[in-house]
Design a protein around this ligand. Structure first.
Ligand code: HEC
Length: 286
């Protein structure tokens, strides 16, 4: 009896400090991806897998606003930011090295996040952060305009390539599981999970917005958002973690820092669910 009790206490302690249960197997993740993508195939039969890179713009419920988006895409406001990012990417550090030196031999933009041989998780943003540090350069914030521009500069080189994540490592599947639990857990004063809005209610309206499908999330990021450009001191470009933070705030839930373990896990989960969707960076959003 005593033994059972202490095992129970140990388990609930583990849960309360956020340790996740065992990582699912490769086969379980594979089955999850299939079920997830099939759900959207049934829900939106006319939307092809590759179209989900365009976010909400691809949903039939958004059709009337799509023309406006297509017009914006013809003369994309994000272009100057992408160009600036490319320039910053190739500007040598004080020691003469560049970002390209750090990224030599790294996976392409459609293969991020990845786990290295030592079991560390990398996103493009964490690699940019680590590269600056390794070269004795000044830190930049994980959600800053500069971080977004530099991420665009690297990721856009893989535009058109389908998301292709290697989840063979246990570490990757632990992050996946943590992200999955975060994604489906109700949170905030409004008691909504990410999945409530972007899976169960995808295509429905909330406060005048149409909710995008979770499938494809992240493939267009960093994005140029008209709203960010207009509202927040002209910071129109945003990383995926900036968007997560905005969504957490919408339901008045605690939001986490860019590059926090929580958002890294959500990024892993969303990206793995979007296997096969091509990336398109930067993208224009409302
Ligand atoms: C109350 C509903 C709601 C909840 C809950 C919510 N979001 Fe959102 N989310 C939105 C709305 C509205 C938008 C803007 C329209 C769109 O693209 O869906 C958005 C946009 C996004 C986008 C941008 C998609 C793109 O391609 O531009 C991502 C990514 C995202 N949400 C992730 C999340 C994550 C992760 C969570 C949980 C932490 C979450 N959302 C919770 C309402 C919600």
């Amino acid at each position: 009896m005593k033994k059972i009790l202490s095992a129970l206490i140990a388990a609930s302690l583990a849960a309360s400090i956020g340790l996740v249960s065992a990582a699912p197997s490769v086969e379980e993740v594979k089955a999850d991806i299939t079920a997830f993508q099939d759900y959207f195939k049934k829900k939106f039969p006319d939307v092809a897998l590759e179209d989900y890179k365009d976010g909400v713009n691809v949903l039939p419920q958004y059709a009337e606003r799509r023309a406006n988006w297509e017009m914006l895409m013809e003369f994309p406001a994000y272009e100057e930011y992408a160009e600036q990012g490319v320039e910053e990417w190739s500007t040598p550090f004080a020691n003469g090295k560049t970002f390209s030196d750090c990224f030599e031999g790294k996976p392409a933009g459609n293969q991020y996040p990845y786990v290295d041989d030592e079991g560390n998780l990398h996103t493009i943003e964490t690699d940019i952060r680590d590269c600056l540090e390794a070269n004795g350069e000044e830190k930049i914030k994980g959600s800053s305009q500069k971080m977004a521009r530099l991420t665009v500069a690297y990721k856009m080189q893989a535009n058109g390539q389908p998301v292709d994540i290697d989840y063979s490592s246990e570490t990757m599947r632990e992050y996946y599981e943590k992200g999955r639990q975060f994604y489906w857990a109700k949170r905030g004063q409004l008691n909504f999970s990410c999945a409530d809005c972007h899976v169960l209610n995808a295509g429905n309206r909330v406060r005048g917005d149409v909710l995008s499908a979770a499938l494809g999330h992240g493939t267009g990021f960093p994005v140029y958002r008209s709203k960010w450009g207009a509202n927040s001191g002209k910071k129109p470009l945003g990383t995926i973690h900036r968007r997560y933070s905005g969504c957490n705030k919408q339901v008045r839930a605690a939001n986490f820092k860019a590059l926090s373990d929580e958002y890294l896990a959500v990024e892993v989960y969303e990206t793995i669910m979007s296997m096969g969707v091509p990336i398109q960076v930067p993208s224009q959003r409302q």
